[in-house]
Design a protein around this ligand. Sequence first.
Ligand SMILES: *Cc1c(COP(=O)(O)O)cnc(C)c1O
Length: 795
Amino acid sequence: MDKLEKDKFTDSYVENLQRITLKNFDETSEKDKYDALCDTIMELINQEWRESKEKSRHERKAYYFSAEFLIGRSLGNNLINLGIYDDVKELLCELGIDFEALEDYEDDAALGNGGLGRLAACFMDSAATQDINMYGYGVRYREGLFKQSFENGFQKEQGDSWIKDGDGWSIRVDSDSRIVNFKDQQVKAVPFDMPVVGLENGKVNTLRLWQAEPFEEFEFDKFNNFEYDAAVAKKNRAEDITRVLYPNDIQRAGRVLRLKQQYFFVSASIQDIVAKYKRYFADDMRFKNFHKYHVIQLNDTHPNIAIAELIRVLVDENSLSFEEALEVARKVFAFTNHTVLQEAIEKWPIDIVEEVSPRCLEIIYQINDVLVNHFKKKGLSETEIDPYRIVINDQVHMANLAIYVGFSINGVAELHTGILKVDTFKHWYEVFPEKFNNKTNGITPRRWLLYANRPLSSFITEKLGSDNWKYNLDELKGLEKFARDEKTLNELWDIKHANKERLAKYILEHEGVKIDPNSIFDIQVKRIHEYKRQHLNILHIIYLYHELKNNPDMDFYPTTFIFGGKAAPGYFRAKGIIKLANEVARVVNNDSEVNDKLKVVFVENFRVSYGEKIYPAADVSEQISTAGKEASGTGNMKFMLNGAPTLGTLDGANIEIFDHAGEENNYRFGATVEDLKNIQASYNPVKLYQTDKNIRDAVDALVNGELDDNNSYMFLDIYNELINPQDGSRGDRYYVLKDFEDYRRAHEQINKDYRDKLAWSKKCLMNIANAGYFSSDRTIIDYADHIWKVDSPNY
Ligand SMILES: *Cc1c(COP(=O)(O)O)cnc(C)c1O
């Protein structure tokens, strides 16, 4: 910003502040100051936003349909992308305003559960920065992901009404409202547009989130009689549709309201797209060229009913034949799969689909008939066709719908796409190999480095002599030439140390636990799930605790184990894992014999804005899922980019991290997918328990009274899952005990290696230098070039 722009910004900020409050500057509150800052920034980008919309009107566009966008805060990120973060901070400081307090004032927009929703947010940032026309479509949940607190070590959930005091980053566009028809209900879908600012390039894309409202205005003439209640009930029933985000990560919620949410945002979005096409391409009433201007990426199965909805709109409202409409759909939809866990792959009972949209169910049956005829012509028998059917056993398979109609299906890491081909969707790969492709996930370096780690950003720019890495993260490779430079390695160490001090201070303030920045910060933050194996981490801590108790003079570098993450409210065992971690923390942290060497802390309410403080402060990144279960992971990439070696299994994108940064700079352990397949039939966790003393000691602590679960039976439940299954299965479905010994050894190695400061710092440097591949810019360009072909004028 030059002097003139600075003065203008300050003037309009103060003007906005006084205008919206009707107060003098000195009388305004923190909230007023935050609101006025949002307003000022929204004004600043308004023109570029309109120009970006205008310019893309007749261009090919990608539409990212996602039930989740885990955005977090927008203030800091928008300022960073506008290139005015430091300027604005300074200007506000001159006005006597504490900028960091304003940043902390903003509530996270937590409109997602975890990785899948965060990926959507990273993609929005990258598309805008890479000047790609991509529009996000989703749901404006009034209540985002629940807030988590601990009571006695147990997770408690509170509501997250993030917009109760307004939302400074959205514009309500009433004139684009649509009517969504359910079987027995009609509601209005009102779009709220959020700007998505590219990095210093003048591009502003749009994230359009739909809110459900009653179709008719509140009927006051019904006041004073029984119908008043009916009117209120009707209003509530409409608003219910976008009231709350389902807090289930992975686990599907087979509820009518959930499918209604999905159909709601998808129907509004399809209507929106079709209406705009008719407005701007009025000469193509048969939609012959529709596919040239639109490609819709389906983020997992959640929005897949869009396929039936597009056909419905084209047939019922635009008089195309079913065959014509299906042909359009075949060229428009592409599908991303995010998991191989069966419990996550959506199947909807036909009566629920019928209850939501009978017409879409009818269309799904029609598509299913086309599919069956197609495979019959190929010579398949009825039973051979079964795995392909969209409707089978009175259930609609949403993945089959998208794979059959869509032209592309992709996995999110090399290993994951491989598993889709040989296992999960093997039958589909046999008939449509050309539809399958891989797009390894990525993260945006703007939020996760430039914003979250200012000191490291400046350091990189200084070392590379330019800030080009912000646009092309591959340039980080240039850091490798400092791998033997002591001065550089010491500087890098000091930056990490400062970040650890900052986190330690924050944790003391917010969790009431004092941790030592000189200890190893070993961190596992992510949703709590058995497949992610937080309990492997905890069992290992129990083992370490016993070792230190038995041998107080043991050679051990002080370590702080940090956990964060939410459990789905209905996932009893995941909540047990949280209770277990908190109980181990209580015992260890209160034991003066060990608590100068070992500390455990589970931070409350892990979310994007907490992550921004945590990822930059890690010495060790725990990525310890059972091989084959974590499709990609993106937390692993955030740690890597901020210079933490990965302690991980050969799973998801960990494999590609090891390939890029070098195994010698990371800590790989555990069974591979191949290993697990081979031992599957013979695996016996009880035998491991009986023969391995370390395992037995740790597992016994679950039930021998050493740890207290307040009679919740949560620890017994975990114990039973590991070695005493109640359902006749063999136990330990996620191979926790199988990998324990290897995991323990890897930790031992880390504990030794960390003492060599330069060697350690070199590992950190090599991880940063090779993180370029994991930029979501690379991922989004790959989608744009190879699936969407958005830059191809002759599509
Ligand atoms: C990145 C991120 C995730 C995903 O983490 P994984 O380790 O890949 O599971 C989940 N939640 C938040 C808040 C994140 O920022």
